[in-house]
Design a protein around this ligand. Structure first.
Ligand code: SAH
Length: 422
């Protein structure tokens, strides 16, 4: 989501004649887009701002946008008086105000809902993989999560607006569409005539756009994985056979305290249905270890679910207490050394499973998306339908963004392949 926000901010400045630079000392405006999901990232923001302040030219404007901006608010100006602007994740479309009035400080951390989408100009070009947000905020209120505070309550964008953005992206170079939302599979929009639209409707409509060859969405909440959406995996070949569906923990007790009230049996049943619909589907997950009160046996159950589902490409984190969340003040907070140890154990299991999956790909052919060349310029980088990176030698067929690649070797982190028709 932050990648998307940064892209739109850059496009907004681009439309006003700004060009990007990698040199802070050369910049006229410097914008730090920030994430506050875990404390570590938040802590880095003010030290990074200090470095920017010392390196930038005196006339350059600088500020923060995103969730740390929303969380810090006016306090950001107290901590860093030289800052020019502080804009939350739903008010970064106000950025041009500071360009018009550079001597005034700009603070806006309102939760404006969908206003930003109406006010921002459409970007001139689209990346090959284009993110399309379909929803803002989240209503789930997991007890560890700061997102409902920083991005507000859940609102779905209108079906027509999303399809308009998708068609625009297709016309301007997009091959793959990734629908975005904190609770993306909970997308629900009712139009003036009372017609209800779900994520499955967006997928079906997007699959009809000839330029779009691959569709995916992130991130999903398990109980919103309804049958209409599962069916899409059977009927829409453009929908990639890969789904991030975070389980977070394998312990029913921990899940209850996380306020994620699904049963593990129900969760596994959804995965079974997905595998029936699309036998080659693979699942990835997010995990949190060391949630308050997590016992050794709770943690064992997390390892157990990872072994049972055999997740690929997962993300795992140490629990990080966040302001405005219920879990931060729960008893039995887990000591840092225990969290660290559990994370290392889980990571090593997840890596082992991922390596095993990568090995199982050797000898197969896959339709892969061209991403660009590597630093040496000798290798081409492709992305498989499972989001693995695949390194290929040779020249890509003229102008073709999607190629059939035969996988020839695998490591823990990536694959090697060759053009299948060579
Ligand atoms: N709705 C998104 C949430 C984005 S945060 C989603 O379901 O993915 C991405 C991941 O960060 C979450 O899935 C969770 O695993 C992790 N996370 C969120 N809050 C956290 C916290 N306080 N400590 C550690 N990890 C956290």
């Amino acid at each position: 989501m932050n990648v998307y926000d940064s892209w739109r901010i850059a496009a907004m400045l681009d439309a006003r004649g700004y060009k990007s630079t990698n040199d802070v000392a050369d910049a006229d405006i410097i914008i730090l887009n920030t994430c506050s999901v875990r404390e570590k990232a938040t802590n880095k923001v003010f030290s990074a701002l200090g470095r920017i302040r010392d390196a930038k030219k005196p006339s350059a404007l600088f500020g923060i946008v995103g969730c740390v901006a929303r969380e810090a608010g006016a306090d950001a100006f107290r901590r860093m008086p030289e800052l020019n602007f502080v804009l939350g994740p739903q008010s970064y479309h106000k950025l041009p105000d500071i360009l018009e009035n550079p001597d005034a400080r700009l603070l806006n951390i309102d939760l404006g809902g969908l206003e930003k989408f109406d006010e921002m100009p459409q970007p001139a070009t689209s990346p090959t993989v284009c993110y399309v947000p379909i929803q803002e905020g989240c209503n789930h209120c997991c007890t560890y999560c700061i997102v409902p505070y920083t991005r507000g309550r859940e609102i779905s964008r209108s079906f027509d607006d999303v399809i308009r953005d998708t068609k625009y992206a297709a016309k301007n170079g997009a091959i793959e569409i990734c629908f975005l939302g904190q609770n993306v599979n909970g997308y629900k929009y009712t139009d003036k005539n009372g017609n209800e639209f779900r994520l499955s409707d967006l997928i079906r409509q997007t699959a009809k756009i000839p330029e779009i060859k691959r569709i995916r969405f992130t991130s999903s909440y398990p109980t919103e994985m309804t049958d209409d959406l599962i069916e899409m995996f059977a009927t829409e070949p453009k929908l990639l056979p890969f789904l991030n569906m975070p389980v977070q923990s394998g312990s029913p007790d921990v899940l209850k305290r996380m306020n994620r009230p699904y049963s593990l049996d129900g969760y596994l049943e959804i995965i079974n249905k997905l595998r029936v619909a699309r036998p080659d589907i693979q699942i990835s997950s997010d995990f949190i270890v060391g949630f308050p009160g997590e016992s050794d046996s709770d943690f064992e159950q997390t390892l157990d679910i990872a072994r049972r589902v055999r997740y690929i490409n997962s993300y795992s984190f140490k629990y990080s207490p966040r302001p405005h969340t219920a879990a931060a003040i729960m008893p039995n907070q887990i000591p840092e050394n225990v969290k660290k140890e559990r994370l290392a154990i889980l990571d090593s299991l997840l890596n082992e499973i991922q390596h095993e999956f990568n090995n199982s790909c050797v000898g197969k052919t896959m339709q892969c998306l061209y991403e660009g060349s590597d630093k040496t310029g000798k290798h081409l980088i492709y992305r498989t339908p499972y989001m693995q990176q695949c390194v290929v030698r040779g020249t890509p067929p003229d102008g073709e963004k999607i190629s059939t690649i035969k996988i020839t070797a695998a490591s823990k982190a990536s694959l090697r392949g060759e053009f299948a028709n060579d």
